[in-house]
Design a protein around this ligand. Structure first.
Ligand SMILES: Nc1ncnc2c1ncn2[C@@H]1O[C@H](COP(=O)(O)OP(=O)(O)O)[C@@H](O)[C@H]1O
Ligand SMILES: [Mg+2]
Length: 339
């Protein structure tokens, strides 16, 4: 019997288009003799599209309108053996969709509610990783209420960290709402921007100099494996939204040119983080590395990383001998695994 798979794509985040590109890749790669795959696109407004609109959205690479609210379309998840929630960012990668699928009693690819929710939230991720002893840059958390009522106290948090510093909404992704604050004058605007997008904001010390950015893929459930380490290089001050999504601004180097011991340490820390955060299936774990001092910091854990055939995560596994098609098949198997 072929397994019936529902592939959810699109969604409400800044990574809507990336998700649709990834979905096209996964649709083409899942072996048809083993799986029957039905895509369902969620529009930017969060509405669930019917099959004809889904096909059109996949072709066009975006879904701006149409569809119905989830509550009207909720039956569309029934009758499947597994769901592949290929969604990034808020309302997709953050445990919300995972909660719906858990309630519906459906297995799915990737982390569960807890791992997804904690990994999506930069402040929660930091707390968990700190208690696991994983190195991270110093940071502080502020709430919108504090910023409204005690702005001086929030400015003091920033002063603790020194300049330059990064201001980040706790729950966004894609570098949306992230500012690098270089002078005190820029701080208020950065906080206003971040608080316009999220109730909680992380202030983060910048590494001592521009770091090298390393990424590693994790694959598995209770006995996860780490891929070779990759490096992302780009011609910008930091990896902002524009740099991320402008063709040709960034390049991937796999394996990264690193001392063996550093690569080993990256893989080991990534596996520790994956376990500490109770992740499952897959994750891409990102690091900052300062070559001169040898400092290594974990930056973030992405529980549903970009998944086009040319994205970092599949490329990392390709370097380990896994074809794109073998990788997506393995993810489905991991999703179906009884834990
Ligand atoms: N503390 C930091 N020190 C140096 N660079 C940073 C720091 N935080 C973020 N950056 C830069 O900003 C980019 C985006 O930050 P990140 O936290 O990864 O946001 P997102 O979750 O949106 O990807 C990073 O890839 C890096 O280039
Ligand atoms: Mg990032």
């Amino acid at each position: 019997m072929k397994k019936r798979i529902l592939l959810l794509a699109g969604g409400q985040s800044g990574e809507h288009e990336v998700s649709l590109m990834s979905a096209r890749g996964v649709l083409a790669a899942l072996p048809r003799d083993r799986f029957e795959v039905t895509p369902l696109v969620i529009s930017r407004q969060g509405r669930w599209l019917p099959p004809s609109d889904t096909v059109r959205a996949l072709e066009q690479g975006r879904a701006e309108g149409g569809g119905e609210s989830l509550l009207k379309r909720v039956a569309s998840v029934s009758g499947f053996d597994l769901v592949f929630p290929l969604l990034h960012g808020p309302n997709g990668e953050d445990g919300t969709v995972q909660g719906l699928l858990t309630l519906a009693g459906l297995p799915y690819v990737g982390s569960g509610v807890l791992g997804s929710a904690v990994s999506m939230d930069k402040a929660m991720t930091k707390s968990v990783l700190e208690s696991a002893g994983i190195p991270q840059v110093p940071s502080r958390l502020a709430t919108r209420k504090q910023w409204r009522e005690q702005p001086e106290a929030v400015r003091d948090l920033a002063a603790d960290l020194g300049l330059p510093l990064f201001v980040k909404p706790a729950n966004m992704g894609s570098s949306v709402g992230i500012s690098k604050v270089r002078s005190e004058m820029e701080l208020d605007a950065a906080l206003d921007l971040a608080f316009s997008l999220d109730r909680r904001v992380v202030l983060e010390a910048m590494t001592a100099g521009k770091p090298r950015e390393l990424e590693v893929g994790i694959l598995g459930n209770d006995a996860p494996l780490a891929s070779p380490v990759g490096e992302l290089r780009f011609d910008a001050d930091f990896y902002d939204y524009q740099t991320k999504y402008t063709e040709g601004r960034a390049s991937m180097h796999i394996p990264a040119d690193l001392p063996k011991a550093v690569a080993e340490q990256v893989r080991d820390l990534a596996l520790q983080a994956f376990r500490a955060l109770d992740c499952a299936g897959l994750a891409r774990v990102d690091f900052f590395y300062l070559e001169d001092s040898g400092e290594l910091y974990l930056n973030e854990v992405n529980t549903m990383p970009g998944f086009t055939p040319t994205s970092m995560y599949p490329k990392l596994w390709e370097a380990a001998g896994w074809s794109y098609s073998a990788l997506v098949t393995r993810l489905v198997e991991l999703g179906l695994e009884e834990r």
